[in-house]
Design a protein around this ligand. Structure first.
Ligand code: GLP
Length: 260
């Protein structure tokens, strides 16, 4: 796991560099996209680079990590709508190239299986953008999630509904109780995982993810088993890392040619 501790702006720039390099080398790459506030600066940077003619998504495809169950098709907080607003509609993805689990499906298990099949048929995810919940969740894999899990329905933890209430007018009761989410096993098959976290509220979860035992109690700790993870943190999110000085030293001495 590579841990980089820097400013939020630099985190976004580094993540955008990785996406830009991937799309230059492989224009039909498959991206994994996360919602939440953590990747917003990255998406802004990608839009800027697209407008500057540096990056094109015309041949790329993308898969969202998760989706709420039961929100009406026109609800602005459906993750499919959120990602469209924040990134997809502002760059040049082909129509239908950005996919999300179908939170309105009548047959939920079939929709989850179909989503897994779609990711597989696309050749798997090349670069997966991730955030982390304050309770250590990845996508919507709450504490207790199987480390081998696949796309399925989950019940949100109370903490996550409180955390996400800000997107629903501050009303935790308005946050759906059920979600569809890629499993930890699904996420672990992406070839490069890029996780962004900022702020003190994430410091404990980041510490457990990077330095704790691998455990379903802190789902993001499963990333310790992945061969290519880049964790981009600001000082506050890195505030509880015992190895923070080592990570800073390692980053400052990293050979130019190595990349992320
Ligand atoms: C959300 C999403 C996750 C996200 C996390 C953190 O509920 N399902 O994909 O990484 O919680 O959100 P934020 O980046 O807003 O702190």
């Amino acid at each position: 796991m590579e841990v980089v501790i820097t400013t939020p702006a630099e985190c976004a720039r580094l993540a955008a560099d990785a996406v830009e390099r991937l799309l230059r080398d492989k224009p039909d790459a498959v991206l994994g996209l996360a919602t939440g506030s953590s990747p917003l600066a990255l998406y802004e940077e990608l839009v800027r680079r697209h407008e500057a003619g540096r990056v094109s998504f015309a041949r790329a495809r993308a898969f969202l990590l998760d989706e709420y169950v039961g929100l009406p098709a026109d609800h602005p907080e459906r993750y499919a709508a959120v990602i469209d607003r924040e990134l997809a509609s502002r760059v040049d993805f082909a129509p239908g190239a950005v996919r999300a689990p179908d939170g309105a499906a009548a047959d939920i298990p079939a929709a989850c299986a179909a989503y897994e099949a779609e990711i597989r048929a696309a050749g798997g995810v090349d670069l997966q953008v991730l955030g982390i919940g304050t309770d250590g969740h990845l996508a919507f894999n709450e504490p207790g999630s199987s480390l081998a899990s696949r796309t399925r329905i989950k019940t949100l933890a109370e903490q996550t509904r409180l955390d996400n209430a800000r997107f629903f007018g501050g009303d935790a009761e308005a946050v759906p109780r059920h979600v569809l989410t890629q499993g930890l096993g699904t996420i672990m098959e992406a070839r490069h995982l890029v996780l962004l976290a900022s702020g003190r509220a994430k410091a404990e979860a980041v510490h457990r993810m990077v330095e704790g035992a691998v455990s379903a109690m802190w789902p993001a700790s499963v990333l310790q088993l992945h061969p290519h993870v880049t964790v981009l943190l600001d000082d506050a999110a890195a505030g509880r890392l015992q190895l923070a000085d080592h990570f800073r030293e390692t980053w400052s001495r990293k050979p130019e040619w190595q990349g992320l």
